[in-house]
Design a protein around this ligand. Structure first.
Ligand code: PLP
Length: 368
């Protein structure tokens, strides 16, 4: 390790692991010399971006020599009517990853504790560690959040609890009743973060958004993203919904112009494209049912999902299955890093993509 870095960098930096993103299609093309590749690794929208968003972006590009609106006025107003909440309580970020980082910058001191499930989305750990806070992980129970276990883990030092609902990588949800019981007992001094990146895909009537508790005036923030059902992952747009006072504090910790003008314009337009959202949701529901039926036919265990991805148990070392699928031009997510050594996570794609995935997986596992 470099002597200068060792002596001068913040200690917290040495606790970090590099993020492993889903492998980009171009990289697989270069490395394996393949041409026909499908990516089912990062839960992107298989229908692509909304045409309205693309039009708005093309228009915005003509003014790209100008600084963006630092206030993101139109995007915030759009979100206020989309969510029925006050624009003053909206915090925008360069992806919800950045909203998490702004939360860290605003609230976390070294020694504070952040509680979240294990396994769950890795960015919560990153945010806590980079701020020098301590991570408290509560194992999932039967692939679902253990909310009573999370309550038991609360101490005087607990600053934040993050609940990923639906959870990544399992696709499971916590019910409204479970959340009500949890919110009843959670100390008012602890900020509860609901990550609802996949909420638009939920089909279960038992689901409930954390925005219910925001409306009750609780200290909560609900994170949403344009990267999934809105199909704008490359633009990086996320937002948090919270009390205006919390939002104001978070804005103090945000650098100016974090939302570029193309993103503001496309995000605003995407909110109006109800048809694109509806088609995306229907495609996902149909794809889910197809994949369930095929996996059952093949005798492969999977977790029922409320999201646009499925965690499935290949019964073999997942890094091998991942590599073999890659050789066949199918990129999925190896879940070994989540502690599921024989599992992969696959995004629900178009019906052609789903069929191709099933065909190639069948070949690899010898269950055609
Ligand atoms: C994909 C995902 C996000 C979205 O992150 P962005 O930074 O907005 O792209 C947030 N939370 C979870 C759990 C996710 O899986």
């Amino acid at each position: 390790m470099d002597d200068f870095v060792n002596r001068r960098a913040r200690q917290a930096v040495f606790s970090l692991q590099p993020y492993i993103p889903g492998k980009p299609i171009e990289e697989v093309k270069r490395e394996l010399g393949l041409n026909d590749i499908i990516k089912l690794a990062s839960n992107e929208n298989p229908l692509g971006p909304s045409p309205l968003a693309m039009q708005a972006m093309e228009k915005a590009v003509r003014d790209i020599h100008l600084y963006p609106d630092a206030n993101s006025y139109y995007l915030k107003e759009g979100l206020a009517s989309f969510t029925g909440l006050d624009a003053a309580g909206i915090v925008l970020g360069n992806g919800s990853d950045e909203v998490l980082m702004i939360l860290g910058l605003t609230f976390l001191n070294p020694g504070d504790e952040v509680i979240y499930a294990d396994p769950t989305f890795v960015e919560y750990e990153f945010t806590a560690l980079v701020m020098g806070a301590n991570c408290v992980k509560v194992p999932l129970k039967d692939y679902r959040h253990d909310l009573p276990g999370i309550l038991q883990a609360v101490t005087e030092k607990t600053k934040m609890i993050v609940i990923c609902n639906p959870n990544n990588p399992t696709g499971t949800i916590v019910s409204e009743q479970e959340l009500d019981d949890f919110m009843q007992d959670v100390p008012g001094d602890v900020l509860v973060v609901f990550d609802e990146a996949y909420s638009e895909y939920v089909e279960s009537p038992e689901y409930c958004s954390g925005s219910k508790y925001l409306q009750q005036g609780r200290n909560v923030i609900i994170l949403h993203t344009f990267s999934k059902i809105f199909g704008l992952a490359g633009l990086r747009i996320g937002y948090g919904l919270t009390r205006p006072e919390i939002a104001a504090a978070m804005r103090m910790a945000t650098y100016p112009f974090n939302m570029n003008s193309a993103a503001q314009a496309a995000g605003r337009a995407a909110l109006d494209d109800q048809e694109h959202i509806r088609r995306s949701r229907e495609l996902n529901a149909a794809g889910k049912r197809y994949l369930y039926a095929e996996l059952e036919r093949m005798g492969i265990n999977y977790i029922k999902t409320e999201s646009n991805f499925i965690l499935l148990d290949t019964g073999r070392a997942s890094h091998e299955v991942f590599q073999e699928l890659l050789q066949l031009g199918v990129i999925v997510r190896n879940c070994a890093s989540y502690g599921y050594k024989t599992c992969i996570r696959v995004t629900v794609g178009t019906s052609e993509e789903n069929q191709r995935f099933i065909r190639e997986l069948g070949k690899i596992l010898g269950v055609e």
